[in-house]
Design a protein around this ligand. Structure first.
Ligand SMILES: C[S@@+](CC[C@H](N)C(=O)[O-])C[C@H]1O[C@@H](n2cnc3c(N)ncnc32)[C@H](O)[C@@H]1O
Length: 234
């Protein structure tokens, strides 16, 4: 990639530009999260679900399809939320899902504190530290409730590959920061989450067969996922 073909942008501008094509873009990280969730379904049935950084509502739709009682999606990008609104028009009209525009590291006035399950997928790479968003999640998950996170593997981010998309022959790259298990573990413990279990997806032959774009990452980590239980008031 030559420098003339690369534009670096901030998170807000990046998603404003990406929103229209986000769902159609052949994004191996989205395919990785989908594959992960297909093989290890989350406990959506009957749950009140909070999707932190919900983007175009992909995971909200999965939660509702999996029997979630209700769901709230929070995101800072009005363009991404418009796509979510289009995707979930019927469910919004039915009162099953609500969307809120807010900074993930700021306050969320009026957002309940008793969600059964909070989800963060492909969001925290944009944050310099995972701690503020994980602390926010803890404030809105009931004791005994769960948090699920799936993010670009830090090994991949360490090679300089982060969120990006291509348009008209130009690569548009968004800010991306690597976060390892130690950072997540410290943030989870500080926020009052326990029983953290990590799992990683590597670019093994089966994964590459399903997601060919990972061929160039053969043998390496592509996705880092974790689940944890909220044990205490932060
Ligand atoms: C790669 S998208 C992921 C969307 C969705 N979770 C998914 O898996 O398809 C990242 C989303 O995080 C949102 N985001 C990132 N940092 C944010 C922040 N500090 N405040 C609000 N939204 C943020 C972006 O607006 C974007 O919609």
């Amino acid at each position: 990639m030559s420098p003339s073909e690369l534009i670096r942008t901030d998170v807000r501008q990046g998603y404003a530009a990406w929103a229209d094509s986000y769902d159609a873009y052949d994004n191996p990280m989205i395919a990785a999260v989908e594959r992960f969730l297909d093989s290890r379904p989350l406990p959506f049935a009957g749950a009140r679900v909070l999707d932190i950084g919900c983007g175009t509502g992909r995971v909200l739709a999965r939660a509702l399809g999996g029997g979630a009682r209700s769901a709230l999606g929070i995101d800072g990008s009005s363009a991404m939320l418009e796509r979510a609104q289009e995707r979930l028009t019927r469910e919004i009209a039915q009162g099953r899902v609500r969307l809120l525009q807010a900074d993930l590291e700021g306050d969320w006035p009026g957002v309940p504190a008793d969600f059964d399950l909070a989800i963060i997928t492909l969001v925290l790479e944009h944050a310099a530290s995972v701690a503020p968003t994980i602390a926010q999640a803890a404030r809105h998950v009931r004791p005994g409730g769960h948090l699920f996170v799936a993010e670009i593997h830090p090994d991949m981010l360490a090679t300089g590959i982060g969120a990006h998309f291509e348009r008209d022959g130009v690569t548009i790259a968004l800010p991306s920061h690597a976060h390892d298990r130690a950072e997540f573990s410290a943030a989870l413990a500080a926020a009052g989450f326990a029983d953290c279990e990590f799992e990683e997806m590597r670019a093994d032959p089966q994964t590459i067969a399903a997601i060919p774009k990972f061929a160039k990452r053969a043998g390496r980590g592509v996705l880092l996922a974790l689940s944890a239980r909220r044990s205490a008031t932060p």
